[in-house]
Unconditional design. Structure first.
Length: 113
């Protein structure tokens, strides 16, 4: 059974950093394309970053240079390092095994001005 469990969200001030974690079970993240999405209130869920099995990464323009997606194969975990956070980064962040319908439960990130 596949499970994705996110953690690391919180309430922070603008400019600080957070690191989100997505611990996977039932799959091996190194062999998969894994992604982080986010959904702000009243908006659709959008792709933020992805990492392929090859290690190739992809980012939405609004987070390039601030966010970094990575994985720890030994821990079977995918991370999203978020630096220089802005209020517009406020959202629920979800981990997903691309392109399947396996999602985590989400972790709330709130950035105050």
């Amino acid at each position: 059974q596949v499970q994705l469990v996110e953690s690391g969200g919180g309430l922070v001030q603008a400019g600080v950093s957070l690191r989100l974690s997505c611990v996977a079970s039932g799959i091996t993240v190194v062999a998969k394309t894994m992604a982080w999405y986010r959904q702000a209130p009243g908006k659709q869920r959008d792709l933020v970053a992805s990492i392929r099995g090859s290690g190739q990464t992809n980012y939405v323009d609004s987070v390039k240079g601030r966010f970094t997606i990575s994985r720890d194969n030994a821990k079977n975990t995918v991370y999203l390092q978020m630096n220089s956070l802005k209020p517009e980064d406020t959202a629920v962040y979800y981990c997903r095994w691309e392109p399947t319908n396996y999602w985590g439960q989400g972790t709330q990130v709130t950035v105050s001005a």
